[in-house]
Ligand binder design. Structure first.
Ligand SMILES: Nc1ncnc2c1ncn2[C@@H]1O[C@H](COP(=O)(O)OP(=O)(O)OP(=O)(O)O)[C@@H](O)[C@H]1O
Length: 326
């Protein structure tokens, strides 16, 4: 698969001698969502900010679609790279629509094209353009502001989007909703995304691949979420994913027919618990914990296709982890 971004022996030493990133090499594939995770101060933001040259590299190269970013004009570069940060930095005296239209205006788009694009983008991020377009940032909730920030960053359909703790300031429920919506948006647009987060749950829920960094921007593991959770490549990764790894795996995996014990007869007992095939394993687990006898019926297309119990969950986990690419 083609690389959208190549980090090639990248190093950043700040003026005071802090080596934020020592010698980092990895590639971000075209259209993937790659999450950078790691403990505070390990160099995640520095790595992201070197990509759009908000921070200059001390050594090494970063190639964006084959072009060395240090050779690119910074203004042109930043227009090709969307950027979303935690406190999204909307212009307070401009309306939502004007904020989203910032880059199209700079690029000299005409009024009709800009208006239509702004409308489409607000709809994409789940905000009704008629209701929200004329509001000012202070008239929005934190989650709505982040949505506007995402819409603004996507305004000219950049091939690459960098996100630094984009949902960090949003309450847990709003955050979960934004994550679900952002995953849909990413699938729909196919933009290459690099997401910095210190939240392992967010990384495994959103990312196609997770890059785990440790101090000095050292790459501990770069793999799909299930692999990072089920086979941590080093003690640093195991430490980061911690004791919650199994629970996180449960939320990633879905119940399949092969995991079930066969069952022809429908269990007619009143109150018998049923689940749909394809349910997330954490929901299966919760249902089993509550069900009389520790078993639940599983249905597909309205018919009972088997029963699930604790062994089913373990079997499904083994299936998922065995299939995980490294
Ligand atoms: N402008 C700067 N001057 C000097 N040191 C800096 C500067 N910016 C960051 N650092 C240091 O570089 C290291 C990496 O910082 P960076 O912000 O990249 O880490 P991070 O992984 O994003 O951390 P966090 O999760 O806390 O945001 C830290 O030790 C930090 O103190």
């Amino acid at each position: 698969m083609a690389a959208a971004i190549v980090y090639d022996h990248v190093r950043k030493e700040y003026q005071d001698g802090t080596v934020a990133v020592d010698d980092l090499s990895f590639e971000v594939r075209e259209h993937e969502l790659l999450a950078l995770v790691g403990p505070s101060g390990c160099g995640k933001s520095t790595t992201l900010r070197m990509t759009n040259r908000l921070v200059e590299l001390s050594a090494g190269r970063i190639l964006l679609h084959g072009e060395d970013v240090t050779q690119a004009d910074t203004v042109a570069l930043r227009r090709r790279i969307g950027y979303v940060i935690q406190h999204v930095g909307l212009f307070p005296h401009r309306t939502v629509a004007q904020n989203v239209a910032t880059v199209p205006r700079l690029l000299g788009w005409d009024r009709a094209r800009t208006r239509s694009r702004v409308g489409d983008l607000l709809e994409l991020v789940g905000l009704d353009p008629d209701r929200y377009g004329r509001r000012y940032p202070h008239e929005l909730s934190g989650g709505e502001r982040q949505r506007v920030g995402v819409a603004r960053a996507l305004a000219v359909d950049p091939p690459v989007l960098l996100m630094d703790e984009p949902f960090g300031a949003v309450d847990p429920v709003g955050r979960r909703r934004l994550q679900v919506e952002f995953r849909r948006i990413h699938r729909e647009l196919g933009t290459t995304v690099v997401l910095v987060t210190h939240d392992v749950d967010e990384a495994v829920r959103l990312a196609d691949r997770v890059a785990v960094l440790s101090r000095g921007g050292r790459l501990e593991q770069l793999a799909p979420p299930v692999s990072v959770l089920s086979s941590p490549a080093s003690p640093a990764v195991a430490d980061l994913v911690g004791s919650g790894a199994a629970v996180r795996l449960l939320s990633l995996a879905r119940l399949e027919r092969a995991d079930l014990s066969p069952r022809d007869q429908e269990d007619g007992r009143p109150g018998a618990v049923t689940l749909e095939l394809g349910a997330a394993l954490d929901d299966v687990f919760a249902a089993i914990a509550q069900a009389p006898g520790g078993t639940v019926q599983v249905r597909a297309d309205g018919a009972v296709v088997g029963v699930a119990d604790a062994d089913t969950v373990v079997a499904a986990l083994h299936r998922v982890t065995a299939a995980a690419p490294s």
